[in-house]
Each structure stands twice: as C-alpha cells, then as structure tokens.
Design a protein around this ligand. Structure first.
Ligand code: SAH
Ligand code: SF4
Length: 350
C-alpha cells in the first residue's frame, strides 16, 4: 500500500486525481501530512469524508517506529528507528544555541567501506525511501513538541548513516518535500548534504540549488584516501577536485570540506600544507573532525595540541578552519558511530 509520506506533491496530486477528486485537494492533505504531522487519514477533519474514505483504501501514513530514544548528558538525543521491513536506522537531534539540528540517515548501512566508520563496517543493506528519510524529521519534530521544547528544529544535515549521492532519486524527492512552502518549508541554506565524493549526480545536485554541500575529504593525497576510504577513492582525488571546481555555488557560498583527523595517518604538518595546496583553487572552508573511537577499528584520536597545530597551519594560509564539536559521544551518537543494527541487538551497541 502507498505510504503518503513517500509521495512528492505532484505524486500526491496524481493519486488524488486517480481517486476521482480535483487536484487542488492535494494541498489540504499535504498540509496535514507535513505541517500538522498527521498520522491518521481519518483525522484530516477538513478533508471531505468521501476523499478520506478513498484515501484510506489506497494509502496509509507510515512513520518510522521509535524503538529507543537515548539522551546524552549534553542534550543530544539519538533515536533508533525501526522501518517497515524490520531494518533499523539512527537519527540524531543536536541542540545548538538557538535551534536544533537533526542529523539524518539516507541508507541502511553504506557501501563505501570507509575504514574509520561504524556504518561502513555494516556494509550496504538498502536505500531509504523518501518517507523514511522525511520520517526522521517528523519523529524529531514530534519529540521536541511533546517535550514542550521552545527551540525549533531548523537545520538538517545529511550526515547520518549512508552515502546520500548513492540514493539520489529518493534524496531529491526528500529535498523537494523539505522545501515545500505548504509543508516543512526548510530553506536550502539550512540543509547540508555530506558526501564522500561520488561522481554520478554530484554536479546535478549542485544545479538543483536545494542544499549546501559538504565533502568528506579526510586526506590531502590520493594514496592516503585510498588507504582510509577505498570506496570513495575510486573517484581519483584530482578528478573529484576538478568536479568541485565546477560545482555551482551561490554568491558568497563556499564548499565545506570535512577533514577527519586520525593520529599518524593524516594529521601531520605536511598533510596540513598539502591540504592548503589542494584547496587553493576552490572556494572552501574546512571543518576538522576529531576521530571518534569505534571499538574494533585500528585508528586513534590525535592529541588536542596536534589538532590545534593542524588548524593553525590552515588558518595561517588564509583558510577558514573550524573544529567540529563532538556531541553525544557518551551515547554513541557522534559522527561515524551510528550503526543501528548492532544497537538493535542489545543495549550498548556501538
Ligand atoms: N556518507 C557521507 C555522510 C555520512 S558520514 C559522508 O561520508 O560524508 C558523515 C561524516 O561522519 C563524514 O564526514 C564521515 O567521514 C564522518 N565520520 C565517519 N566515521 C567517523 C568517526 N569514527 N569519527 C568521526 N567522524 C566520522
Ligand atoms: Fe559511508 Fe560516509 Fe561512513 Fe564512508 S563515512 S562508510 S561514505 S557513511
């Protein structure tokens, strides 16, 4: 049966027309789905009884099931979400000064196989549907509402489980629904897609103008990238940088380059200088991420003074370089620690 949250606005219109109703009724249903967070077609009180009956026969509203919620000492909340076929993903809600940010998953597992990433260790299981990706926003928003939280969920980062560009068609439908002014109404400046670098669809995504882009670079040379990100490195670094030079940016917009610091692997002064050279021909800012240890993986966190020294070299050369504050590490909700499957099998998980 159709899940109404999987449909784009036009698909919903088409469904309503196929049920013998005029297309303009789609707007009402859409508002119930996305503005009011309605989960039961029969509760759409200003929609005609006849349409509600026909819709109920043709479709359902399915949200991911909240299997578990864990809250970190720093206010970060991690949701373990069960999907209709028994798979599970994680989604994280992060408190900021004046709003919340949600970190969303796009796939169950990931095929890219980055050596430092808990999701990568799972391998790829399947793509998430638009309704499943958007369901994370619905669940997070409902959670804040029920707690009487005054800060709004305003920023979305696609940095949870999975590689967004390998689920492109569903990603675009998701972005379109997120932007719809009669729906969730997120601005493109408040949505960031993070990719490890996939050739197919990269520039196409840029042309949509639907989001900002963050690139998980993590290494200044092809050799180091091959070692730590074998899947992503199939697109050679030189070619990735050439594509990024062509990436359409709005005035004053810059590409974000995520750089995960792994002790003794990519965190030397020479690496920092190489990174400056590599980024000299793109409009870039760098977000340094300190590795979050995942049991069973052969990497270590660099010491704080190494992280600052690395940052200083970038800044001296005029690159904007921030250090990402790690949140939710005590509940394994920090970057790269998401691996719902292991979590499902008992407390503790990652
Ligand atoms: N697949 C996409 C988006 C999900 S990963 C991508 O790779 O960009 C989101 C971010 O978390 C990426 O920058 C990723 O490299 C980072 N990450 C993965 N494992 C990590 C770890 N153990 N510690 C810190 N960050 C990690
Ligand atoms: Fe996949 Fe991103 Fe993890 Fe790499 S870092 S395995 S691309 S989720």
């Amino acid at each position: 049966m159709t899940n109404l949250t999987d449909l784009t606005f036009h698909e919903l219109e088409a469904l309503i027309v196929s049920l013998g109703e005029p297309p303009y009724r789609a707007r009402q249903v859409w508002q119930w789905l996305w503005q009011k967070g309605c989960r039961d077609i029969s509760e759409m009180t200003d929609v005609s009884k006849a349409l509600r009956a026909k819709l109920s026969e043709a479709a359902v509203i399915a949200w991911p099931e909240v299997v578990r919620v864990r809250e970190s000492g720093d206010g970060t909340v991690k949701f373990l979400l069960g999907l209709a076929d028994g798979e599970a993903v994680e989604c994280v809600l992060i408190p900021e000064k004046d709003h919340y940010t949600a970190c969303l998953s796009t796939q169950v597992g990931c095929a890219m196989g980055c050596g430092f990433c808990a999701t990568g260790m799972l391998g790829f299981r399947r793509n998430m549907t638009p309704g499943e990706m958007l369901g994370q926003v619905l669940v997070a928003r409902r959670y804040l509402l029920e707690r009487g939280e005054t800060l709004l969920l305003r920023n979305l980062v696609f940095m949870g489980m999975g590689e967004p560009l390998l689920n492109y068609e569903n990603l675009i439908k998701t972005l379109e629904a997120l932007h719809h002014p009669q729906g969730l109404d997120f601005s493109s400046r408040r949505i960031t897609i993070s990719t490890a670098g996939v050739k197919r669809h990269l520039l196409e995504l840029g042309k949509t103008g639907l989001c900002s882009l963050a690139v998980s670079l993590h290494a200044p040379t092809q050799a180091t990238r091959e070692r730590i990100m074998p899947g992503a490195a199939r697109l050679p670094l030189a070619e990735l940088m050439e594509l990024l030079r062509q990436y359409p940016l709005k005035p004053r917009e810059r590409l974000t380059f995520e750089y995960l610091l792994l002790e003794g692997v990519n965190d030397s002064d020479a690496d920092a200088r190489e990174l400056v050279r590599l980024l000299s021909r793109v409009k870039a800012k760098v977000n340094l991420i300190v590795y979050n240890a995942t049991p069973g993986l052969p990497f270590r966190q660099p010491r704080p003074e190494r992280v600052f020294a690395f940052q200083d070299i970038l800044k001296e050369k005029g690159l904007t370089a921030t250090i990402r504050k790690s949140k939710g590490a005590d509940i394994a909700a920090a970057c790269g620690q998401l691996r719902a499957e292991a979590d499902c099998q008992g407390e503790g998980g990652a």
